[in-house]
Design a protein around this ligand. Structure first.
Ligand SMILES: NC(=O)c1ccc[n+]([C@@H]2O[C@H](COP(=O)([O-])OP(=O)(O)OC[C@H]3O[C@@H](n4cnc5c(N)ncnc54)[C@H](OP(=O)(O)O)[C@@H]3O)[C@@H](O)[C@H]2O)c1
Length: 226
């Protein structure tokens, strides 16, 4: 891991576009990148939340677009001249059992991740710096399944890992990586589950004792559960 000063040397003045950067993990990353001198532009679904996040944290810009809509993401990124580092974190907690849930709902797991990544990369094209990077997010569900209706979300997350490996070759010399966090306490579960959030966390806690200590999820930006 780099020291504070060499991270600043690397990020200072760089333009970082964080799709899904208006809340949770993405917003924590945006705040941290800004603290290292980067110019951060965040994209989210909800315009009010995006504007508020950018204004409250002094970010360089914000956009609102549904990443599952190709034309919307193209239009949102049209006036951004250059991006050094692209971070793709947008996504909702798509939960539902394969034999029970609405199929269009389950399909969103892939649309928000795999197809959104393809739309965003194509929208930026050569505006993504040749010496820049692309970062995707996957998740611990890929290797630690549970019986709570997350099989399709796990599959979409695993697909991001495969996509990154192929894109690392296609987009070289740009670097392409995927992060795979365990459960982190963000607004994600509350947005999808509402009042059912606590019961879900309780149920999954038993299966993810390595990640969730005493029923508490990690906070974004924190290195450990304690
Ligand atoms: N939290 C975890 O435990 C965990 C673990 C592993 C992986 N992940 C993944 O990490 C990513 C970020 O999760 P988080 O926990 O930080 O969630 P979060 O706080 O809900 O943030 C999600 C971000 O994605 C945006 N977004 C969602 N759907 C979008 C869409 N269709 N178009 C544009 N933007 C959209 C949200 O914008 P709005 O707020 O406006 O909707 C927000 O900026 C997700 O892909 C999630 O699956 C999370």
């Amino acid at each position: 891991m780099g020291t504070q000063s060499n991270i600043s040397d690397t990020l200072s003045g760089k333009i970082i576009l964080i799709v899904g950067g208006t809340s949770g993990i993405g917003l924590a990353a945006a705040i941290q990148a800004k603290s290292f001198g980067a110019k951060v532009i965040v994209v989210g679904f909800d315009a009010e939340r995006a504007k508020e996040a950018a204004e409250q944290h002094g970010l360089s810009g914000w956009r609102a677009a549904d990443v599952t809509k190709r034309a919307a993401i193209e239009s949102a990124l049209a006036d951004i001249e250059h991006v050094d580092h692209l971070v793709l974190l947008a996504g909702s907690f798509v939960v539902g059992k394969v034999l029970e849930a609405d199929v269009d709902h389950l399909r969103r797991a892939f649309e928000e991740r795999v197809w959104a990544a393809i739309y965003t990369l194509r929208a930026l094209g050569d505006r993504l710096a040749a010496d820049g990077s692309v970062t995707f997010i996957s998740g611990a569900l890929v290797d630690r399944p549970n019986a709570y209706g997350t099989a399709v979300l796990a599959a979409a997350s695993a697909a991001m890992e495969a996509l990154a490996r192929g894109l690392a070759l296609e987009l070289a010399p740009r670097r392409v990586n995927t992060l795979s966090p365990g459960p982190i306490d963000t607004p994600l579960l509350g947005k999808a589950l509402g009042d059912g959030r606590d019961a879900f966390v309780e149920g999954v806690s038993g299966q993810h004792c390595h990640y969730i200590v005493s029923g508490a999820l990690r906070k974004p930006g924190r290195q450990s559960c304690s």
